[in-house]
Write a protein that binds this ligand. Structure first.
Ligand code: ADP
Ligand code: MG
Length: 248
């Protein structure tokens, strides 16, 4: 498997009036093509900082990050759809901003809208859609720019539990179907196990890599189906113990 992103001994600190806040320390890991990596760790351990580093919003103080910056899509916590724009206009926004809106990219946007059941909703406003449909629209807006790697920072945290399970299943299956690599940040351990190929565990701040766990499931299973398996329970108790050691 070819790596599309590599971190080599990356450090990052925030500098404020009160001094230096070390956020991440000696971070080394990689993400392969079509791999789904999930990052878990205690609140404030530097997970969002790590995604900002990957996206290039901030630069490492030490170490190296290798990967194609132009091929990354970032999906944030809230769906960030603009209420006054239609679903279609929201989806085209990323292309507009990148000056890539043309006949070809517009056709690809239409193709994705059709493929993922949003075409009939294209002229609706975000408020007329369910939370799940809005997340799907936000994902499509990210996909139209054809990123290789998707960054998802706790994208389901605003949803209620029942919706969250279904939306995570939906978003995960679209990402796999489109053959993208993904990095998902979550503090929901079940979500991590149900969606990922591999879990990277970070320690409390400054975040360091504690361990990675490879997840092996039947590839035919959806993330909801994974939750019913014995492997799931085994990974959950392993991860649960590890996380409890991190938070005193
Ligand atoms: P996480 O996403 O894991 O909850 P963050 O990456 O947001 O953590 O933050 C890591 C640490 O860095 C936290 O302790 C946070 O308070 C601190 N931090 C985040 N942003 C800033 C900033 N702009 N200035 C100073 N400290 C910050
Ligand atoms: Mg965060």
């Amino acid at each position: 498997m070819r790596n599309i992103l590599e971190f080599r001994q990356v450090d990052y600190s925030y500098h404020s009036m009160d001094g230096e806040v070390p956020a991440l320390e000696n971070i080394t890991f990689s993400v392969g093509e079509k791999e789904f990596l999930v990052i878990v760790g205690p609140s404030g351990c530097g997970k969002s900082t790590l995604l900002d580093l990957i996206f290039g919003l901030i630069s490492p103080e030490c170490g190296e990050i290798a990967g194609d910056r132009d091929s990354i899509g970032y999906m944030l916590q809230k769906d960030h759809l603009f209420g006054w724009r239609t679903i279609e206009k929201n989806i085209l926004l990323g292309l507009e901003i990148q000056h890539k809106l043309n006949a070809e990219t517009r056709a690809y946007a239409t193709e994705l809208l059709q493929k993922y059941g949003l075409y009939d909703f294209r002229n609706k406003r975000p408020s007329e859609l369910s939370g799940g449909m809005r997340q799907r629209a936000a994902l499509i807006r990210t996909l139209v720019t054809k990123p290789q790697l998707l960054l998802l920072d706790e994208p389901f945290s605003a949803l209620d539990y029942q919706t969250r399970l279904n939306v995570a299943d939906d978003i995960g299956s679209i990402i796999r179907r489109e053959e993208k690599s993904a990095i998902l940040v979550t503090h929901d351990l079940s979500e991590a196990i149900s969606m990922g190929d591999r879990i990277l565990i970070l320690s409390a701040r400054p975040g360091t890599v504690v361990r990675t766990i490879d997840l092996t499931f039947d590839p035919a299973l959806s993330s909801i189906e994974r939750r019913e398996t014995d492997e799931f329970k085994h990974y959950f108790s392993d991860l649960w113990k590890e996380m409890n050691q991190l938070v005193p």
